[in-house]
Write a protein that binds this ligand. Sequence first.
Ligand SMILES: [Zn+2]
Length: 184
Amino acid sequence: MAVLDIVLYPEAVLKAVAKPVKKVSAEIQRLVDNMLETMYAAPGIGLAAPQVGVSKRLCVVDVSNPQEGEPLNPYVLINPEIIDRAGKILWEEGCLSLPGLYREVQRSSRITVRALDRQGVERVFEAEDLLAVCIQHEMDHLDGIVFPDRLSLLKKKLALKEWKRLREKKLEDDDEGDEAQPAE
Ligand SMILES: [Zn+2]
């Protein structure tokens, strides 16, 4: 397995609508494994293929808290669809492609998801609260949407202005050494 490079907003791949996965091949499984390793290394609670430069409809999510002794609980979602949603929730989100930027975003609080798993088997399951938020955030990436796109126009403008500053600083810092913070 390998830790992949995470692309930063506004890289074009983050704005593109990703293509469905035609077959859960060994190559796709390798990508899934590398994405999981990349997500845990970041550390983050979700990662979508476009964030590692691959415009395919798949993402990985794990909202468990291993620092608190919880076992890992990875979800692999290939060609995911939300088939039902209910409720509303406001959550402060971050993103590995916009590290350091955090904003409250409104999402559905309960969703029913249909997706293929790592073996290519179709799964239907319900998710709520943080897991639901995280899956909706990652699925947005598959449609070329990042979380500031979910804000009002003014809030989005301010958020992207802050991100521009953060990005410049990060690119400077990365010349000197690595830093990481939890995000999606
Ligand atoms: Zn993200």
